[in-house]
Design a binder for this molecule. Structure first.
Ligand SMILES: CC(=O)N[C@H]1[C@@H](OP(=O)(O)OP(=O)(O)OC[C@H]2O[C@@H](n3ccc(=O)[nH]c3=O)[C@H](O)[C@@H]2O)O[C@H](CO)[C@@H](O)[C@@H]1O
Ligand SMILES: C=C(OP(=O)(O)O)C(=O)O
Length: 431
């Protein structure tokens, strides 16, 4: 088993370069399935979710060539197999974008139900409602989402009003509508930066999508998409995670290759907590040397405070002066990490979607478990600030979404390394 071992208590100083956005990449790579020709995709993060999606594309018959560590050429002109491999697809949430992409291009898709972080129920009824509004028949059976246009042919444009703001449904419907006959309108659409990025990718390949980034998106179906080159936006959540790490551990770090506007919702809270954040053109300089003030935080769809930053901000609030109230506004169960924080001396009470965090002077290192991706990142942040040694296991969750986390943090002075321990560590003998 591999773990991260962190000797905490060292302020961070230096520069961190942010990678491409996971949640954009995992939609844009499936979108390449709809393109007739070679797509060059740049600024792809080297994370395990991306490796897996590229693997799925290869198994479907795509020609995927690595140009350099963050650029691939994907050619899906000759897809021969439409059977998405069960064991690969069920490991990640984003495999559901293959439904929109395959249904849009071929009028037929069978995709295993997705996986991803366990945050409570992760329904897909709104995705299905969208596909049905475009004329598809959709059925979930034998662990598969089975969707097809009756009689073959293409989807027809439709009108979809989402019952709740859903990032996944907005992107999936956008994918399916890109090659449909006629116009699709998505109302109450999500507005996250990665939605705009997916629309920009598709438009650069010949799609006709208007309004991405607002709550009404109009997609005029086109005959075909053809190849081109596209660079993925920087990862808002990776940047926010390192901003939170500086807030917790102290120090001064220049976080480069970001779009500061995408970070406004995170920056505003950190500033309220007494952290200095200076915006530059494509960087933010984050500094913390004084006490951390208590704040209340509620997660919401963009431009609200992102749910994917909730555990990381909780790690900082564990060290604030006074009591903070954190409210999870998107997922029903995103506090599974709280017991791990308690091992480090944090004072947190959870009641449903609300966590009350009473700040402590200092956390203390402990063996902890990363129960999901962002919870894992939060354990790392807590470990960086804590007195003593923290060992984080379950790091495969973290590697789903953070490129070279150990190297990036080591470069700013953190004492963090990956260690390998035997799988079954013999329990210590007592007596
Ligand atoms: C709006 C929002 O912040 N979405 C987050 C959500 O995206 P993700 O795309 O995974 O989830 P959605 O945005 O689709 O879900 C938002 C809410 O809508 C509900 N829902 C969704 C689809 C559906 O068909 N039916 C349904 O009821 C979900 O249960 C959830 O409560 O989790 C991702 C991983 O944490 C984050 O990157 C996204 O920022
Ligand atoms: C929960 C996340 O990812 P996924 O939906 O892919 O599990 C995340 O990016 O924080």
């Amino acid at each position: 088993m591999t773990k991260y071992q962190i000797h905490g208590g060292r302020p961070l100083h230096g520069t961190i370069e942010i990678s491409g956005a996971k949640n954009a990449a995992v939609a844009i790579i499936p979108a390449a399935l709809m393109v007739d020709g070679v797509c060059r995709i740049e600024n792809i993060p080297q994370i395990s979710d991306v490796t897996l999606i590229l693997q799925i594309l290869r198994e479907l018959g795509a020609d995927v060539k690595t140009v350099n560590k963050n650029t691939v050429d994907v050619d899906c002109s000759h897809i021969r197999n439409r059977q998405v491999p069960y064991d690969l697809a069920r490991k990640i949430r984003a495999s559901y974008y293959l439904v929109g992409a395959l249904l849009g291009r071929f009028g037929w898709a069978e995709v295993p139900l997705p996986g991803g972080c366990d945050l409570g129920g992760r329904p897909i009824d709104q995705h299905i409602k969208g596909f049905v509004a475009m004329g598809a028949e959709v059925d979930v059976r034998n662990g598969l989402i089975c969707a097809q246009v009756p009689g073959g042919g293409r989807l027809a444009g439709g009108q979809v009003y989402l019952d709740m703001v859903s990032v996944g449904a907005t992107m999936n419907i956008m994918l399916a509508a890109t090659l449909a006959n006629g116009m699709t309108v998505i109302e109450n659409a999500a507005k996250e930066p990665h939605i705009v990025d997916l629309a920009n990718f598709l438009n650069s390949m010949g799609a006709d999508i208007m309004g991405a980034g607002t709550d009404v998106i109009k997609i005029r179906g086109v005959e075909r998409l053809s190849g081109g080159a596209y660079s993925i936006i920087p990862d808002q959540i990776e940047a926010g995670t390192y901003m939170a790490a500086v807030a917790a551990a102290g120090g001064e770090v220049l976080i480069k290759n970001v779009i500061p506007k995408h970070l406004d919702c995170i920056t505003a809270k950190l500033v309220e907590m007494g952290v200095d954040v200076e915006e530059q053109d494509d960087a933010v300089l984050v500094r913390r040397d004084g006490p951390i003030s208590r704040v209340n935080v509620k997660t919401m769809p963009y431009p609200g405070f992102p749910t994917d930053m909730q555990p990381q901000i909780a790690a900082v609030l564990c060290l604030a002066q006074g009591t903070s109230v954190l409210t999870e506004g998107v997922w029903e169960n995103r506090y599974r990490y709280v017991d791990e924080f308690r091992r480090m001396g944090a004072h947190i009470q959870v009641d449903g979607k609300v966590a009350v965090i009473e700040g402590v002077e200092q956390l203390t290192g402990a063996p902890v478990h990363a129960c999901d991706l962002r919870a894992g990142a939060a354990m790392v942040i807590a470990g960086l600030s804590a007195h003593g040694v923290t060992e984080v296991d379950g790091i495969y969750h973290i590697e789903r979404g953070y490129e070279t986390l150990v190297e990036k943090l080591s470069a700013v002075g953190a004492d963090i390394r990956t260690i390998v321990v035997p799988d079954e560590e013999a329990p210590a003998q007592v007596g």
